[in-house]
Design a protein around this ligand. Structure first.
Ligand code: BV8
Length: 252
């Protein structure tokens, strides 16, 4: 099995911990953000035309906002769910390139995404780790069951798992809530050989701190983004441009 030449030459020119480590821990950790889905037609958050230019995150992406006005939050996520089902919204060349890499090296690559869309899955990624949750899933606040968000599911509906009433919420990590699977992510970051951050502004923690964690542990760190992120100076290597250009170029 050969690593795609760009990635293989990267590993070979940076032997570091990766080449000396025969471990089950992923050698390559990928982190994606909203920028990777931009060319598929989904808005980013902090670009001029981004999600937070139209609605206050405090109102729709915090537990307090949900407490204050669950109908408004429900409408916000329903609109994004419907947007995701637009036939024009399909995985792009960047999603597909990462899926190819994962298929080539299933045990070596961990894909962590801040995104709550399903474009990595639809591109063929076997098991993206959605650290901020998933738009197409609901969670019961009473029994923690996670279930598909069927179109007709309403906040007043009973939980299909425990029967509790009006306990359903989006299975999404809001500000002030702990991202999912952090222990697994941190274990991979402190043992990987290469960390690649793709399409994220480096604004939101703890994801924005992953590059420092990986670098301190000896990994090579790479940023692939439209423009320098807030953390660009922390990376060993940066390639700036649209994801559909820089990601396949890096992977191939
Ligand atoms: C937590 C909901 C603690 C889902 C989101 C220090 C340490 C720890 C926490 C904090 C800290 N400082 C502050 C905090 C609190 C807070 C935070 O980080 N605030 C920020 C605003 C300062 N963090 C939290 O609250 C997190 N929780 O820390 O919990 C805790 C501890 C113990 C117990 C309990 C709790 C929770 C964070 C998750 C919040 N949820 N969203 C949803 O609705 O989607 S965050 C939101 O931002 C999205 O999830 C999004 O994924 C995420 C990151 O944004 P990006 O993906 O980077 O998108 P952005 O628009 O910013 O940038 C896009 C980039 O793409 C740009 O750079 C652009 O140039 C580029 N681009 C554009 N087009 C393209 C492109 N690139 C390539 N090609 C293109 N075509």
């Amino acid at each position: 099995r050969r690593l795609p030449c760009r990635v293989a030459s990267f590993f070979l020119s940076n032997p570091g911990p990766l080449m000396s480590r025969a471990s089950a821990i992923p050698s390559l950790v990928l982190l994606t953000g909203a920028g990777i889905s931009r060319e598929s037609g989904l808005d980013t958050f902090r670009d001029a035309d981004g999600v937070w230019s139209r609605v206050r995150l405090e109102d729709v992406a915090t537990p307090e906002g949900f407490e204050r006005d669950p109908v408004k939050v429900h409408a916000f996520y329903n609109a994004r769910r419907h947007g995701l089902r637009d036939p024009e919204v399909v995985p792009n060349a960047a999603h597909l390139a990462l899926a190819r890499l994962e298929r080539l090296w299933p045990a070596e690559v961990l894909l962590v995404t801040q995104n709550i869309d399903d474009l990595h899955e639809r591109a063929g990624s076997p098991a993206p780790l959605h650290m901020h949750g998933e738009l197409l899933k609901a969670r019961c606040a009473a029994c923690d069951a996670v279930l598909p968000w069927a179109d007709d599911l309403g906040l007043e509906d009973r939980c299909p798992s425990c029967g509790a009433e009006a306990t359903l919420r989006p299975h999404v990590v809001w500000f002030g809530e702990m991202p999912l699977e952090m222990e697994r992510i941190e274990a991979a970051l402190t043992a990987c050989g290469v960390f690649v951050s793709i399409g994220t502004s480096g604004t939101v923690y703890p994801a924005a701190g992953f590059v420092s964690l990986a670098r301190r542990a000896g990994a090579r760190t790479v940023e692939l983004n439209l423009e320098p992120s807030h953390g660009a100076s922390l990376f060993h290597e940066c390639h700036h441009g649209p994801a559909t250009g820089v990601v396949p170029a890096f992977v191939e």
